[in-house]
Design a protein around this ligand. Structure first.
Ligand code: UDP
Ligand code: MG
Length: 346
């Protein structure tokens, strides 16, 4: 952990009575059978009760069918069917809101984050840490491009957004009930969960692990979604992009000044007619700088607009399985945590 961080007194915690696994799913039919067998093995070996919250994020394949089948044969499985695709960060939020364990682990469906790491995460939890994140040691099977962009992303985020953001971590992490409660209090529309989990400031520690390649299927995070997440991270955590417009204005201002001096010299020396070229350059530069700044401003205004609508972050159209399935009606995902929509803790 960085020495810049707040020091916390660690209070040992008893082994969690229930551990929740939250797994968002988007078109994961290919990896599903493998996920099911690995998670079942983990649940049978784990020395406490395990609850699995599968969030089907509007998949267009057989994912929900497979998930419902599993929930039908195992009462430890709960399936939250989102009304449509809300994106990974909101699907994860839906799962976290509905998890009832003392400790909750958020993980991907593709088994890139090995289940065996969870044991080490629980050890850290018992030592008193509230947020235990998986930190990737090496990225097997990922393209040079993806590795390079991820490297740049985390360093950039630390430099420009938050110094506390741990590098080389995804959303694979364990959260204690207390830290999850704090996280669930933050109902912002544009979510960057790993930044939010670090922002709450609870005692956190890293568990280093080697990230496996995707077990089956293909990534559901294409480049466009990665850029979107990076932009959400940058804009939801800082106003630096707004400051960028000022820097840009300074640069174009200096250039404009230089052009003005040049025009004056030319005018007094009387060697040429009015400089059409320089005029065009300055106009184009200033014009694009203004549009750039307006664009950044527009992004923030758009985010304020979306937040001000106060729409629910996600909508659950159906809830399948789980121990209390019969008493929990569908559609309660729009409620905030703690208002009765969650399954009771075991
Ligand atoms: N996912 C989701 N909704 C989306 C995109 C992805 O719920 O719109 C899920 C996906 O099923 C997986 C997790 O988010 O469980 C991470 O996606 P993926 O493993 O494809 O991302 P990568 O590891 O390639 O960055
Ligand atoms: Mg993955």
């Amino acid at each position: 952990m960085s020495s810049r961080k707040t020091c916390h007194i660690l209070r040992q915690k008893p082994f969690p009575r229930t551990l929740s696994l939250v797994i968002p799913l988007y078109n994961e039919e290919e990896v599903f059978p493998l996920l099911r067998s690995e998670v079942t093995k983990f649940m049978d070996e784990f020395p406490a009760r395990v609850e699995v919250v599968l969030v089907n994020d509007g998949s267009r394949d057989r994912t929900v069918e497979l998930a419902a089948l599993w929930a039908g044969s195992d009462s430890r499985i709960v399936v939250l069917q989102l009304a449509r695709n809300f994106g990974h960060q909101l699907a994860a939020t839906a799962g976290l809101d509905n998890a009832s364990g003392d400790a909750v682990v958020l993980m991907d469906a593709d088994l890139q984050d090995p289940l065996s790491v969870i044991h080490r995460m629980v050890d850290c939890y018992c030592q008193g840490y509230h947020v235990v994140y998986g930190q990737r040691e090496r990225r097997q099977g990922e393209s040079v491009f993806k590795t390079a962009t991820a490297w740049l992303f985390y360093r950039g985020m630390r430099r420009f957004v938050s110094r506390d953001l741990p590098v080389d971590t995804g959303d694979f992490r364990l959260l204690s009930r207390e830290s999850l409660h704090a996280l669930n209090e933050m109902r912002e529309t544009h979510r960057f969960l790993r930044g939010m989990a670090s922002w709450i400031g609870f005692a956190e520690c890293a568990v280093r692990y080697e990230r496996a390649p995707r077990a089956a299927g293909e990534t559901k995070y294409p480049l466009s979604k990665m850029f979107k997440l990076a932009w959400t991270a940058a804009t939801s955590f800082s106003t630096i992009p707004l400051r960028l417009s000022i820097y840009l204005a300074i640069v174009t201002g200096i250039f404009g000044l230089e052009e003005a001096v040049r025009a004056l010299i030319t005018r007094f020396l009387g060697t040429t007619v009015a400089g059409w070229t320089s005029l065009m350059i300055v106009t184009a530069l200033v014009g694009s700088a203004i549009l750039f700044c307006l664009g950044i401003l527009g992004q923030y205004v758009g985010m304020i607009f979306e937040q001000s609508k106060s729409r629910p972050l996600y909508l659950i159209s159906e809830r399948i399985g789980g121990q209390n399935a019969a008493v929990i009606p569908a559609g309660h995902g729009i409620e905030r945590p703690g208002t009765g929509a969650r399954a009771a803790s075991a």
